[in-house]
Design a protein around this ligand. Sequence first.
Ligand SMILES: *[C@@H]1O[C@H](CO)[C@@H](O)[C@H](O)[C@H]1NC(C)=O
Ligand SMILES: *[C@@H]1O[C@H](CO)[C@@H](O)[C@H](O)[C@H]1NC(C)=O
Ligand SMILES: *[C@@H]1O[C@H](CO)[C@@H](O)[C@H](O)[C@H]1NC(C)=O
Ligand SMILES: *[C@@H]1O[C@H](CO)[C@@H](O)[C@H](O)[C@H]1NC(C)=O
Length: 368
Amino acid sequence: MTLRRVNVIILVLLAVAFLIIVQRNLLNFSDFFHKEHPDTGVVLPFESELSLDLRLELERKGEEIPVLITAVEERLGGVIAVMNSVYQNSKANVVFTIVTLNDTVDHLNTWLSRTKLKNIKYNIVLFNTEPLSGRISKDPQVLEAVKLLSFARFYLPAYIPNAEKAIYLDDDIIVQGDIQELYETNLKPGHAAAFSDDCDSASAKGIVRGAGNQNNYIGYLDFKKEAIKKLGMRANTCSFNPGVIIANLTEWKNQNITRQLEHWMELNTQEDLYSKTLAESISTPPLLIVFYKRHATIDPMWHVRHLGATGAGNRYSPQFVKAAKLLHWNGHYKPWGRPSSFFDVWDKWFIPDPTGKFHPVRRHTGDN
Ligand SMILES: *[C@@H]1O[C@H](CO)[C@@H](O)[C@H](O)[C@H]1NC(C)=O
Ligand SMILES: *[C@@H]1O[C@H](CO)[C@@H](O)[C@H](O)[C@H]1NC(C)=O
Ligand SMILES: *[C@@H]1O[C@H](CO)[C@@H](O)[C@H](O)[C@H]1NC(C)=O
Ligand SMILES: *[C@@H]1O[C@H](CO)[C@@H](O)[C@H](O)[C@H]1NC(C)=O
């Protein structure tokens, strides 16, 4: 190529970049595009080729929305899909805090930095197992990583120290709405957190009764134990699902929520307070006790649950699943695992692992 041709190409590129800026600012192009193609997320033409200056122009400003997720090596694809869905469906200034173990940090960093997620704002924080020793019946070193990290949500103010309000999300979730809307969930004074009740009408039809699918307090706690009786809680109270939490961290700290949760963990190691049928969520019972009748509620469409329960997803119509703002595959069948309900919805947000370590299990893909 001659020098002149290179000059011409540079000029043309500059002109195109200039036009994109003008179009975005004058015609509100990104909003227009977002409305026309809500399923594809905002994909501006040439976005990946924009120069650094132009990318900075696209940087998200405004109030930060802190979102905490935990990352476990064997479920890392879930974390990626959650982050991607949150980011693409919102223009808000989302900042992720990812709590993980040290053997996952490099993998996660690679996945985020070598894919289209590279502009996402995130901090990786190592999970601190210290507060758990003596508070869970097993040695934290031998507890499965998933179970271990499920306690991270007890320590929200410690992991996000400067925030007033924050969102916690499980890793088996897809967010289809604008996370800003969830963030604006109103918490009254005295309420440190909002959760979704397990009996709310939107998700109730997804419930399959039986072991592991409790929807009231007696499914989680042993009401024959004195320490539980003394609390005077009604055993048939609807439980809530702590896979999505909106927290007022000021209230959380004022009420010493973390300390209270630790107290119930400790007592459980001595007196075995949890229900015998409790299947997976060993971090749920302390939350149910501490937040009994003292929490705000989340809009039911912002936490549509049970997509991972046996056969449950089939009870939802595709229209309902499409209308949901947030989908949660709680239960045994994860969307990256053996064909689960509506895994095609999850696949839209999954980004393949550049290291090749993680593969969703799919029937027709040839890999795995
Ligand atoms: C773009 O459009 C939205 C409504 O769709 C409006 O709220 C916003 O102010 C507009 N932005 C600009 C820069 O015109
Ligand atoms: C992770 O941290 C533990 C405790 O600090 C250490 O023993 C272990 O070697 C670390 N593992 C890796 C992969 O760095
Ligand atoms: C959090 O709670 C404190 C104490 O009740 C209150 O002053 C503050 O306005 C709340 N913040 C938000 C964002 O709701
Ligand atoms: C929280 O803990 C602090 C320090 O331990 C204590 O002074 C305060 O009274 C406690 N607040 C509540 C509401 O229990």
